[in-house]
Design a protein around this ligand. Sequence first.
Ligand code: CA
Length: 123
Amino acid sequence: MTLTVVTSQSNGSGQLDWEEFQGLWEKFRKWTYIFVKFDKNKSKSLDHREITPALTAAGLRVDEFVIQLISMRYMEPDMTVSYPGFLQLLLKLDTMILASHDDVQLRELFRVWDALQSPRVQE
Ligand SMILES: [Ca+2]
């Protein structure tokens, strides 16, 4: 799972340089900490009450619209987000925000992403 995530982050070359790898590693550490912290009932998944504060702690603005999109794409049938799902979700959001190079709201990024229905969002 981790390798899949790392590969999807690379800029088309299929390889990460050392700085990119370090940056990713730091993010995964931070996001793992957030996941554990906000999994209040220790179920090893984030339910709909846990996911919003967890995303907020990761520095993302979320509203009902965003949560709905997340639930469509990242939630398990029992309406929870698993640990790998949480990392993939944050990596996707992080990549989209970096790719935008400006202050476009997360909501708009989600709109574009949803419209494209593509795993890659290039500028
Ligand atoms: Ca939980």
